[in-house]
Write a protein that binds this ligand. Sequence first.
Ligand code: ADP
Ligand code: MG
Length: 349
Amino acid sequence: MILDRLLSWFTVDMGIDLGTCNTLVAVRGQGIVLNEPSVVAVRKGTNEVLRNGQAVGWVAKEMLGKTPGSITAVRPLKDGVISDFTITEAMLSYFIGKVTGRIRTIGPRVVISIPSGITLVEKRAVLDSAQRAGARKTYLLEEPVAAAIGAGLPFAEPTASMIVDIGGGTTEVAIMSLADIATCESVRVAGDDMDEAIINHMKRTYNLMIGEQTAERIKIEIGSAAPVGDETAMDVRGRDMISGLPRKTTITSEEIREALQEPVNSIIDAVTRTLERAEPELSADLVDRGIVIAGGGALLRGLGIVLQKATGLDVRLADDPLTCVARGTAVYLENLEEWQVTLENDMDV
Ligand code: ADP
Ligand code: MG
């Protein structure tokens, strides 16, 4: 341990939020040093990563718009499970390499936050990838724990904290106390499903095909879970499903709210189910402490309001919800010696 601490003076120890949409890396004293989409460009139909494993993140995203159909984008963690180990490893190596730089004598210590629903085999694969990418030591941290630390919740104290982390592919709901997860649930309904609900709405109502990026823009610009502020409208362009020709139409914030109801309700259900399973003593704490929401999906307007209505508890949006998990992994890294002994769910296997 002491040697480890000494060595860490010479390395760039880092915390990584391996998200379904975005991967972030935080380094002690420097904050977030990398924030890129969790995307890898591969040759279509294969798991061959382009440019010797260098077509990852922004590079991959940029290549996509400009390359022929033989190249496709893969989001290896899209639904909160690792769809392809080779591609995940390429992504992790690229990001770790980018942060440590070329000259690497002693490998860094790495804390990686992973969706809590992933299997042991997948955890092993993440550990192996980090090791092969040059990590000296790797610790896996469950995402809700990282989110709770990042949000500054007293997760190690004998009082209940509740976090709801809404990402792109998964929503993680957890009640924690004494540095341990008491109850948690991971559902595969999150930001991506909101985009998909908007795509379906446009098809059904307007016979208009729109892309995923357009759907995401609609969600961010005028989407909501409950009425907040003035209702607005927006022009949307796409391809007419009948004539096949480009066309535009105007949509309103009310109809998008309606379209988002199904994924929003699934998230609410996951939260209420988790609350129903909590020990009464922990429920009692939550009456005072409320719920904290984090992740990009938490930025949907009015989401706090609908969660508050459904649970009767106070709902607070974490500061900077998109970086919450990454910041949490960095804080965990700093307190490794102290928390490693208390955290039962530490997976340094
Ligand atoms: P992950 O941890 O799975 O990588 P993030 O926490 O980075 O996910 O969140 C990404 C999701 O948040 C995406 O679905 C994105 O569309 C959504 N998102 C980002 N900003 C907003 C916003 N202002 N309103 C609604 N959704 C948002
Ligand atoms: Mg996340």
